[in-house]
Design a protein around this ligand. Structure first.
Ligand code: C2E
Ligand code: MG
Ligand code: MG
Ligand code: MG
Length: 292
C-alpha cells in the first residue's frame, strides 16, 4: 500500500484508510447524541468549468464537528450510519438542506447553479427515498434538473432491477444521476446502456498521478471518449495541480472538482466565493465594451 502511493507521500495509517472501520460502539453512541445536538453540518465543494473555471455547481459533503474529537471524517462515520440505518435520517436532512442552500447560492451568484448530493446504497434502497426526494424538491422550490444525485457502481449492482425502477423515477423528476468514483467499483459497462445516467465522475485515484502516468492518462482518455459518444458529462475529481487541469481540459474534460479550484467549504465561505466571481466576470465584459 505505502509503495503504491509513492515516496513523496506521507502515509498515515488510520482505521478509515486501512479498510472498513471496526464497529466502534462509542462512536456510534456519540452519533445519536450528535444528531440531537446538531453537530452535523454540510460543506460545499465547487464544481467548475475546466476552461473558464466558473463555478457551475457544488457537491455537498457531510461533516461531523464533535466537541472533543474535532472534525470526524465521513469515511469514519458514514459506514457506521450505513450499518445502523442512521444514514436515512442524515441523508434526508442533507438532501433537503442542500436544495435550500442552493437557492441561497443562486441569489448571491445571480445565475443558475446546480447541487450534487451523495446517496448511499442504503438510502437508495429505502422505501421512503422517492418521498424524501420529492419533499426536498418541493420544499426548496428548485427545478429537478438542478439536482444531481451521486451514486456508486456498487449501489446500482446490488439490485439492478430495483435500481432501474428508482432511476427511471428520478429521471421523471428531471434529477440527473452521476456515477461517483467511476471506474473503481465492481460493475460492467453494460449499465451505462441500461440506466439513465448523465454524469461520470472520474475517481481521484486516476487523476492523482497525471500528467506523468501513462496508464492513468489512457484511462482518463478512454473515459472521456466513452462519455463523449454516450453524451455524458464528465467531472474529474481530486484535481490538485495546474498540470492535471491542463491535461484534462486539453482532452475535452468539461468539469473539474478538486483542491486546485476549491476545497470543501462552509456555506458562508462558498457564498463569498460566488460574490467574488461576479466581480471577476464583470471586468472582462467591461473591457470588451471599451475595446469595441
Ligand atoms: P466522494 O463523494 O467521492 O467525495 C469526494 C471526496 O474527495 C471528498 O472527501 C472531498 O473532500 C475529497 N476531495 C475533493 N477534492 C480533493 C482533492 O483535490 N484532493 C483530495 N485529496 N481529496 C479531495 P470527504 O468529504 O472526506 O468525503 C468522503 C466520502 O464520504 C465521499 O466521497 C462520499 O462517498 C462520502 N460522503 C460525504 N458526504 C456524504 C453524504 O452527505 N452522504 C453520503 N451518503 N456520503 C457522503
Ligand atoms: Mg461524491
Ligand atoms: Mg467521488
Ligand atoms: Mg470517493
Amino acid at each position: 500500500r505505502a509503495k503504491e502511493t509513492g515516496k513523496a507521500r506521507c502515509v498515515v495509517y488510520s482505521q478509515s484508510q486501512s479498510g472498513p472501520p471496526e464497529h466502534d460502539i462509542s462512536l456510534e453512541a456519540a452519533m445519536f447524541q450528535a444528531v440531537r445536538e446538531g453537530e452535523f453540518l454540510l460543506y460545499y465543494q465547487p464544481i467548475v468549468d475546466a476552461r473558464t473555471r466558473e463555478i457551475q455547481g457544488f457537491e455537498t459533503l457531510m461533516r461531523w464537528k464533535h466537541p472533543t474529537l474535532g472534525m470526524v471524517p465521513p469515511a469514519r462515520f458514514i459506514p457506521i450510519a450505513e450499518t445502523n440505518g442512521l444514514i436515512n435520517l442524515l441523508g434526508a436532512w442533507a438532501l433537503k438542506a442542500a436544495c435550500v442552500q442552493l437557492k441561497q447560492f443562486e441569489e448571491v451568484a445571480k445565475r443558475s447553479l446546480y447541487i450534487s448530493v451523495n446517496i448511499s446504497p442504503r438510502q437508495f434502497r429505502n422505501d421512503k427515498f422517492l418521498d424524501v426526494l420529492d419533499d426536498a424538491i418541493a420544499f426548496s422550490g428548485l427545478l429537478g434538473e438542478q439536482l444531481v444525485l451521486e451514486i456508486t457502481e456498487g449501489t446500482l449492482m446490488i439490485d439492478p432491477v430495483h435500481a432501474e425502477s428508482i432511476l427511471s423515477k428520478m429521471a421523471e423528476r428531471n434529477a440527473r444521476i452521476a456515477i461517483d468514483d467511476f471506474g473503481t467499483g465492481y460493475s460492467s459497462l453494460a449499465y451505462l446502456k441500461r440506466f439513465p445516467i448523465s454524469v461520470l465522475k472520474i475517481d481521484r485515484t486516476f487523476i492523482r498521478d497525471l500528467p506523468g502516468s501513462q496508464k492513468d492518462g489512457a484511462i482518463c482518455n478512454a473515459v472521456l471518449d466513452l462519455a463523449k459518444h454516450l453524451d455524458l458529462s464528465v467531472v474529474a475529481e481530486g484535481v490538485e495541480t495546474e498540470g492535471q487541469l491542463e491535461y484534462l481540459e486539453q482532452r475535452g474534460c468539461q468539469y473539474i472538482q478538486g483542491y486546485l479550484t476549491g476545497k470543501p467549504m462552509a456555506a458562508n465561505v462558498a457564498m463569498a466565493a460566488l460574490k467574488e466571481s461576479i466581480h471577476v466576470k464583470v471586468v472582462p465584459a467591461e473591457l470588451r465594451q471599451v475595446l469595441q
